[in-house]
Design a protein around this ligand. Structure first.
Ligand SMILES: [Zn+2]
Ligand SMILES: [Zn+2]
Length: 331
C-alpha cells in the first residue's frame, strides 16, 4: 500500500501528491455504446450538459466576435495587413482573457487553493526544460505563437468567403443544417484531434514536435496551447473542413475559437472550477490529465471515445493503473 497524505482541504493525495476524484473518467454518451436515449437526453439538456454551460459560453464568444470584432467582409476580398491584424489582435485578446483569466483565477490568485486539483504542485519556476526557465512564461510564449497560426487559418478562410470560393450556407436558407453543423463541430474537432494526436506520437514526430507539449506533466491553463509550430499547423487544420462542408463563417469562427480556447479548460488541471461557496463549474478533464501523466493512453477527448474503441483508454481507476503498469512491464 503506497503512502498517502491528507491535504489542507481534507483530500487524499498519493505519494506523488496527486488527487483523483474516485470516479472513472467521463465519456460523453452520444457515441459511447451501449447508450440510452435517457443518457443522451440528460447529457444534452442537463446542467451541466452539452449545451450548458460551455457550449453556450462559446456561442456567446463567437457571436460577440462575429458581430463586433470582425472586419467588414468587403475589406477581406484582398489580403491587406490591416484587417488581418485586427483578426489576430481579437484572437490574442480572447486567449488572454479566457486562458489568462483561468490561469489568474486558479494558479496565480489560487482562488480555490488545491481544492479539486489533480496535481499537488503549482507551475514550475526555475526549471531549465522550459523557455525562460519558467513553465508559465514558456506556455504563454507558445500559446501566442499558436494564436498566430489560428488567426492565419481564419484570415485565409475569410478571404475565401469574401471571394465566394467556399460552399456557403446561411441560417435563413438552411436553418436545420446551420444548427446541426454547429452541434457537430465539437465532434468533428475531437475526431480530427485524435487522428493528428496519434500521428504526432509517432516517434520521429514526437521527438521533434510533440515533445514540446509534453514538457507539461503538471498541466495548467496555458499548457493547452503550448505546442510546437508544426503541431499548431496540424492542430488548427481542423478548420480546413470548411473548404468542403457547406458552412457559414460563424461555423468557421466557432471551430477556430473552440480549438484555440478549449485547451485552456482541458488543461486547467482542476476537476471543478469553484466560483463561490455554492457555485462551481464542473470541468472533468482527468482523461487528458492522464495522457500527460502516462503519454501512451487517452489520445482523444471525451465526446468521441476512440480510445475506448481502440484500446488506449485509461479510465482513471486504480484497476486501470494496475493494468497499465502490467502492460508496460510486459512491453
Ligand atoms: Zn495536452
Ligand atoms: Zn500527446
Amino acid at each position: 500500500m503506497s503512502r498517502t497524505t491528507i491535504d489542507e482541504h481534507g483530500q487524499t493525495r498519493d505519494h506523488r501528491g496527486e488527487w483523483r476524484s474516485g470516479r472513472p473518467v467521463y465519456l460523453e454518451p452520444l457515441l459511447d455504446f451501449p447508450t440510452t436515449p435517457k443518457r443522451i437526453f440528460s447529457w444534452l439538456f442537463g446542467i451541466p450538459g452539452f449545451f450548458f454551460p460551455w457550449f453556450a459560453v462559446f456561442m456567446a464568444i463567437v457571436a460577440a466576435s462575429y458581430f463586433f470584432f470582425t472586419p467588414d467582409v468587403h475589406r477581406m476580398q484582398t489580403f491587406q495587413p490591416g484587417w488581418m491584424l485586427e483578426i489576430t489582435a481579437r484572437n490574442l485578446v480572447l486567449i488572454f482573457i479566457c486562458t489568462g483569466g483561468l490561469h489568474l483565477w486558479l494558479c496565480r490568485w489560487k482562488k480555490q487553493g488545491r481544492l479539486k486539483k489533480y496535481n499537488g504542485s503549482w507551475p514550475a519556476t526555475n526549471k531549465r526544460v522550459f523557455l525562460f526557465n519558467d513553465q508559465v512564461k514558456d506556455n504563454v510564449f507558445w500559446s501566442v505563437s499558436g494564436t498566430l497560426f489560428w488567426s492565419a487559418y481564419e484570415c485565409g478562410l475569410w478571404w475565401c468567403y469574401a471571394n465566394d470560393l467556399l460552399p456557403y450556407i446561411s441560417f435563413e436558407t438552411n436553418p436545420v443544417w446551420f444548427l446541426l453543423w454547429m452541434f457537430l463541430i465539437p465532434i468533428w474537432r475531437n475526431f480530427h484531434f485524435y487522428l493528428i494526436h496519434r500521428l504526432i506520437h509517432w516517434k520521429p514526430l514526437y521527438d521533434h514536435v510533440h515533445y514540446l507539449h509534453h514538457k507539461n506533466v503538471n498541466v495548467g491553463p496555458w499548457s493547452g496551447m503550448a505546442m510546437h509550430p508544426v503541431e499548431h499547423i496540424l492542430y488548427f487544420s481542423c478548420m480546413l473542413i470548411h473548404l468542403v462542408v457547406p458552412s457559414h463563417p460563424a461555423h468557421m469562427m466557432f471551430n477556430g475559437i473552440q480549438t484555440g480556447l478549449g485547451p485552456g479548460l482541458s488543461h486547467s488541471g482542476f476537476d471543478e472550477i469553484v466560483l463561490g461557496d455554492e457555485t462551481s463549474l464542473k470541468n472533468d478533464r482527468y482523461l487528458h490529465y492522464l495522457h500527460h501523466k502516462y503519454h501512451t493512453v487517452n489520445f482523444g477527448e471525451s465526446n468521441v471515445p476512440m480510445d475506448k474503441w481502440f484500446g488506449s483508454l485509461h479510465d482513471g481507476t486504480p484497476e486501470a493503473d494496475d493494468r497499465f503498469r502490467a502492460a508496460r512491464t510486459k512491453a
